[in-house]
Design a protein around this ligand. Sequence first.
Ligand code: CTP
Ligand code: CA
Length: 236
Amino acid sequence: DEHGAVRRDLEGRDLLISAGGTREQLDPVRFLANHSSGRQGWALAHAALVRGARVRLAAANVALETPPGAQRLDAGSAAELAELVAAHRGAVDALIMAAAVADFTAAERSRDKIKKDESAPESVPGIALRRTEDILRHSVLERSRTGAGVPAIVGFAAETGGADGDALSLARAKARRKGADLLVFNDVTAGVFGASENTVRILDRDGEYVAHATGSKTLVAHAVLDALAPLLPEVP
Ligand code: CTP
Ligand code: CA
């Protein structure tokens, strides 16, 4: 904690943390991506390791050094990340989806580089997209359907306010829609990607307030783990 004492409260726990941002290839040279740096997921991995957990880090395009002791698993696209999470979530106590996952991918990836039509200078190609799997939602549904599955599931949501409401009400609605045990809500109306400071509110599956944290991504990571720890099953 801030006084330098290390809580080993996650000793013997297995966590699966996704981090970074997926890339959806459109053609051999281009992709759809997002601004996620992977820093929050990395901070979670570091914090969990310090607290004694074993960490599987599902990394989507993260240019950061792997936290010592973490098992790093790389995924490029949303589909690859979905596959990775599906392969590992049966073996962990908690899934933390800190990755920014593309909602859309190319309906069909072009085998050749997409060219512009020189004879029609104003024309633009229509790029057909399709929805990706919602990995978080899928993990929650699998758990409720089978009665087994990951004991604790945490989602993240970066929101700006919009026509449908302010950022907090959107996050509360999302928490209820997603059904994860915790949703870590980040108000990015002022922008946050790549920044080292962070303000989050942690909501439960009913969209109710659980905790909040302002400060470094490390501090936020510990606040998330504090909220997560009581949800983990008893150590046998
Ligand atoms: N998520 C996921 N799979 C997706 C999209 C999102 O697992 N295909 C996860 C993210 O990792 C995050 C949470 O869902 O933990 C919320 O992501 P967000 O993009 O805020 O939610 P969406 O339901 O995609 O809503 P929006 O339309 O606002 O993007
Ligand atoms: Ca999304």
